[in-house]
Write a protein that binds this ligand. Sequence first.
Ligand code: ZN
Ligand code: ZN
Length: 349
Amino acid sequence: MNRSPYDVLGVPRAASQQEIKKAFRRLARTYHPDLNPNGPSAERRFREVQHAYDILGHADKRRQYDRFGASYFRPGYSSASAHGVRDVVNEFMEAFVRQEMPRRKRGEDLRYYLSITLEEAGRGGYKTITVNRSEDCDHCRGTGASDKDGKIPCPACEGLGEVRPRRGLFNFRRPCTSCRGTGYKIVTPCSQCGGTGRHRREDVIRVRIPPGVETGQRLKVHGRGNGGYQEGEPGDLFVVVHVKDHELFRRQGTELLCDVNVSFYDAALGAEIDVPTLDGPARITIPPGVQSGKLYRLKGRGMPELGGKRERGDLHVRIVVETPVNLSDEQKRILEEFKRTTTAGTHHG
Ligand SMILES: [Zn+2]
Ligand SMILES: [Zn+2]
C-alpha cells in the first residue's frame, strides 16, 4: 500500500522523465479497467499506477517527493492533480474508445395514422401518403460541421464522447453532456442544416392496403422511417389503419350488416327491391307479408378475410317496414276501410 512511486512504476530513482512516462504507459495499458473489466485487483493496481505517475510524471512534483517523501502528497491528492494522468491515458484510450462507440445509429421508426373508407378496406389497393422524415444532412453527412475544419475535439471529454468521473473504486462511464456523446464541438456549423446534422423532407410514399384490413392494424413499410445516423440503418414506417364508419354498412369481421327500408304495402304484398352492397345495388325478392327485422343473406357480398384465401363474407340485409306518415284524405279513407274489413274478418272468425 505504501510502496514508493518508483517501486510502483518499477523504475530506478535515477530514471529519466522519458523512462517514467514509458513505464507508466506500459502499466496503464496492462491494468486499465476497460481492458480488465472483471478485475478489481487490476483496478486497484491501475489507481496505484496513476497515483505514482501523477507524482513522478511532473518534474517539479517529483522533486518535492524526493525532498519531502510521500507524506507531502497524502492530503488533498486526487482532484486537482488527476488531470495530467488522464491526458496520457487518453492518448491510447482514444483509439480504443472511438472504435467501441460508433456514432452510427439506426433511424427512429415513424407512425402514420391513415383513415380509409370501408370500400377501400374491402377492395385493398394503394394509398399515397406524405410523410415528414428526418435524415442526415447531405451537405455535412450528418456531422453538423461545415467541413473538415468545422469541428474540433470536445474539450470537456477530450474527444472521447464520454466522461469517467472517479467515484470510489469504480469508474462510471457516462456520455459527455457537453458534446452529447459525439466527441466533437462544432466551431463552424454546416450552412445547410445550421449544425443539427439533420434535415427534414416530405416523402411521398405509396402504401399497399391489403384487402380486408381492419381498424388498428399496422402496415409496416420497411426502411421508410427516419434515416439512419452517420450511415446507420433507416427506421421503419408503421401505417396505423383507421377504417371510417360507413353510413349504410356496419362491419363485424368479414360480415356486413345493413338496414333496408320497405314500405308497408310492399311488405304486405311482396316486391322486388334494390339493396345497397359494396359493389353497387343488388336486387332481392321479398315475399308477401314480410316482417320488420327479417334478415336476408347476400352470400359473398361482405368483406374479404385479411390475407385469407377464403371467399368474402356475407352481407346481411335487415328489413325495416316503414309506417306511412302525412296521409292524404283519400289514403286515410282507404286505410279506415282496410281496418274495418280486417276487424270485421276477425269478428266472424
Ligand atoms: Zn449539414
Ligand atoms: Zn464531450
